[in-house]
Write a protein that binds this ligand. Structure first.
Ligand SMILES: [Zn+2]
Length: 418
């Protein structure tokens, strides 16, 4: 009873925090609905700015609904006894081998992905459509979901078989083996993602020869940055949101530019965006990110190792002793209730890295101007919220706001020129 009570409290605490942050953000955006704050006046096109307020408010409504909807579904799944009942039904007919247990986890995963689909579709085809972002057709949207599902099964099922097998085969220290397997898996995915998975969803083509390519290669050379390829991705097939990123590691890494980015920016601006991406690598963010993710995986498996051995936990949720698979599903579903509170910590680290990459780009290009212009373009075209509530952005934002980044870029520019 105590455990179930604590779980209810954790669910309610998270919903309350999420709704409250959302409400703070709505108030802050509404304040500037009709008139730009003084620090924005003239810097952003006024009709884009107003539209960004509308977009922020429309998204906030969806998010409020989503928060409550998610919590409701989580509660139903956790408290209804659905998990142990489904487990008994499946193992009753197929037996209790590792293969069957892993299949059970996959089936639960598929079933639990269904309730979110209508909302996803509504966001894509109503909300994003209304603000002119959507380029996805219904057909493409469905094909994407099916591909994601097949990929999830093809990758997830064998991985689950291994982890569940380790629990049976390696005894009490299974979690350490599980950790090793998972880290190896992450490293393989780093290499496979850009080569195999990304091309399943998007067309990637080498950046054509020309002045832009020369400029970008010259920049990489100046920065002493080795890259195996600069590619253009057809992001425009789904959305007009634009972006740039790089994937892979070491000599496998490649820069990916959205076609929407290339279409909307000057060569100087794209160069500045790439310099920012190179900055992430040069400042060691990629390696730090990898180490952090390995540590998080270790802690995660350590906690799993402890929890799997607690008989009272099985009792509390109606699982028979030794029904590890449903317990793992339950822990997977509820772990977010604890890790949610660490969100601001992870984002604070990420924002620090963004400032460092911006500073690197400013130095590599020799002036802050093109990056400031590029960020302004991105903010305008993506209708970014320019005035988030500081608590909201402090909690959820992985990047500093446009105002913060511009201020830092211009400040550092002034310091180094002095
Ligand atoms: Zn960045």
């Amino acid at each position: 009873m105590l455990i179930l009570g604590s779980l209810v409290a954790l669910i309610l605490a998270r919903v309350a925090a999420q709704l409250w942050l959302n409400a703070l953000n709505v108030n802050e955006a509404s304040r500037w609905a009709s008139e730009a704050p003084s620090w924005l006046a003239g810097a952003i096109e006024e009709d884009r700015r107003r539209k960004s307020v509308d977009y922020t408010l429309a998204r906030a409504k969806v998010s409020a609904f989503d928060i409550v909807y998610d919590a409701a579904i989580l509660s139903v799944v956790v408290f209804s006894g659905l998990l142990p009942r489904l487990y008994s039904a499946i193992t009753g007919t197929l037996g209790t081998s590792v293969w069957v247990s892993a299949a059970y986890v996959v089936v639960v995963g598929i079933v639990l992905s269904i309730p979110g689909l209508p909302l996803d579709a509504w966001v894509q085809f109503r909300l994003e459509e209304r603000f002119g972002f959507n380029r996805t057709t219904v057909r493409l949207w469905i094909v994407d979901r099916i591909k994601g599902l097949v990929l999830g099964i093809v990758i997830g099922y064998p991985l689950l078989c291994v982890v569940l097998g380790l629990i049976q085969w390696t005894g009490r220290m299974w979690w350490l083996w599980g950790f090793v397997v998972m880290v190896a898996f992450q490293l393989v995915m780093l290499v496979l993602f850009p080569k195999v998975i990304l091309p399943m969803f998007n067309k990637l083509e080498p950046l054509p020869d020309g002045s832009l390519k020369q400029r970008l290669i010259a920049l990489a050379g100046r920065c002493g940055f080795q890259v195996s390829a600069i590619q253009v991705m057809d992001g425009s097939k789904r959305s007009t949101h634009s972006n740039a990123f790089f994937t892979g590691l070491g000599r496998f890494r490649r820069i990916v530019l959205f076609d929407t980015l290339i279409a909307s920016m000057t060569e100087e601006q794209i160069e500045a965006v790439l310099a920012h991406e190179i900055g992430h690598s040069k400042k060691g963010h990629v390696i730090k990110g990898l180490i952090l993710s390995i540590l998080v995986t270790l802690v995660g498996f350590g906690v799993l190792g402890l929890l799997v051995e607690r008989p009272w936990l099985y009792d509390a949720f109606g699982f028979a002793p030794g029904q590890v698979a449903p317990l793992l599903v339950l822990i997977g579903l509820t772990s977010g209730l604890a890790t949610f509170w660490l969100t601001p910590l992870g984002n604070a680290i990420s924002r620090k890295h963004e400032y460092e990459a911006d500073a690197y780009a400013r130095q590599a290009v020799g002036t802050p101007t093109p990056l400031v212009e590029a960020l302004t373009r991105l903010a305008e075209s993506n209708l970014s919220n320019l005035t988030p509530h500081p608590w909201y952005s402090g909690f959820y934002y992985s990047h500093p706001t446009w105002v913060e980044r511009r201020a830092a870029l211009l400040r550092e520019g002034a310091v180094s020129r002095a």
